[in-house]
Design a protein around this ligand. Structure first.
Ligand code: TYM
Length: 328
């Protein structure tokens, strides 16, 4: 039987956070052996906010290096940079014609991002979910491993697929999302009501996958908790709860059980141990990343070969879609 297909994308940034890692990238590595996987650097999504071209060019490769450093293998998965496959833009255009302004206007990420980008409220920011649908649908994807913040985007992808199939006949596989248990929603260390975001201006709010050990330890120590001075795993203690979720996502333990273990101890002990857990998990990734970045031609080769493999699949979908809509 043919293996099922998993697909996901990550916007380019050298500063990927442990949110990106625990919510998405660490799950990619768990799928590699059982699924036919495609993972890409979603740089076409990135230009919905203004980017410095030289920096974006560098971040494309850096993000690919993070994929490899986190354990993804170009022999097992198709790893590529989105803009290297023109089919993403081609399918996006067709899907725009079956997507309604109303449904795009309801996307909370669009609403949030448009508040932050009032001086650059471009139409790509609005149609971003259609490009994401194109990404996913191009590859007959069954499963999309993502963080909780992508929930609405996966829903609209499903709606678009179903609508297209109804109008033009069976064409797309309707995909399902896969969320990680503890890692699907890692919150800011400074404001546990907000998700941890790579663009947060407060560096203490995020831990980055490539942060040095001393920086990680310092940021965990500074994490906002509360003044109850009592260890519980509860919504009332959102800061603490987030620390236990991070702890559990790294070690595979249940956060409630970790909280029980620390019961009666001070927050400082927990923070010390958590700092070490994170450092232990991320240090090998940082070291591998540094080695990979000293061989850019290798990374470029991985990107080139990945794009060739992805395009082979994507061009078949485009051919099918173009026939369905009457272009061919
Ligand atoms: P992006 O680049 O913002 O984030 C990459 C992945 O990390 C997850 N994530 C989190 N998970 C848990 N806690 C957090 N605080 C946290 N922050 C981010 C995201 O949910 C995502 O899985 N639109 C996507 C990229 C994309 C994509 C796709 C994903 C483009 N095309 C097709 C899946 C399928 C995005 O901006 O993710």
């Amino acid at each position: 039987m043919a293996r099922k297909i998993a697909y996901s994308g990550v916007q380019p940034s050298g500063g990927l956070t442990i949110g990106n890692y625990l919510g998405a990238v660490s799950n990619f590595t768990k799928l590699e052996n059982d699924y036919d996987c495609l993972f890409n650097v979603a740089n076409m999504h990135a230009i919905t906010v203004e980017q410095d071209p030289a920096e974006l060019r560098r971040k494309n490769i850096e993000t690919l290096a993070i994929f490899l450093a986190a354990g993804l293998s170009p022999e097992k998965s198709i790893l590529f940079i989105q803009s290297d496959c023109p089919e993403h833009a081609e399918l996006c255009w067709v899907l725009n014609s079956v997507t309604y302004m109303g449904e795009l206007g309801r996307m909370t990420q669009f609403k949030d991002k448009s508040k932050k980008n009032e001086d650059n409220l471009n139409s790509a920011l609005f149609t971003y979910p259609v490009l994401m649908a194109a990404d996913i649908l191009l590859y007959n994807t069954n499963l999309v491993p993502v963080g909780d913040d992508q929930r609405q985007h996966i829903e609209i992808t499903r709606d678009i697929a179903i609508r297209f199939n109804n109008r033009y006949g069976e064409t797309f596989v309707v995909p399902e999302a896969l969320y990680s248990k503890e890692g699907a929603r890692i919150m800011s260390l400074q404001n546990p009501d907000q998700k941890m975001s790579k663009s947060d201006e407060d560096e203490n709010a995020t831990i980055r996958m490539l942060d040095e050990p001393n920086v990680i330890i310092k940021k965990v120590k500074r994490a906002v908790t509360d003044s109850l001075a009592e260890i519980n795993y509860s919504d009332e203690q959102a800061g603490l709860k987030n620390l236990f979720n991070i702890y559990g996502a790294f070690t595979g333990e249940k956060p409630e059980e970790i909280a029980n273990r620390y019961s009666g101890q001070g927050y400082g002990v927990l923070k010390n141990d958590l700092g070490e857990v994170i450092v232990e998990s991320l240090s090998p990734i940082r070291e591998t990343y540094n080695k990979l970045m000293s061989d850019i031609p290798y990374l470029e080769k991985v990107a080139r070969e990945g794009a060739e493999k992805a395009s082979k699949i994507a061009s078949k979908t485009i051919d099918k879609v173009y026939r369905k809509v009457g272009f061919r």
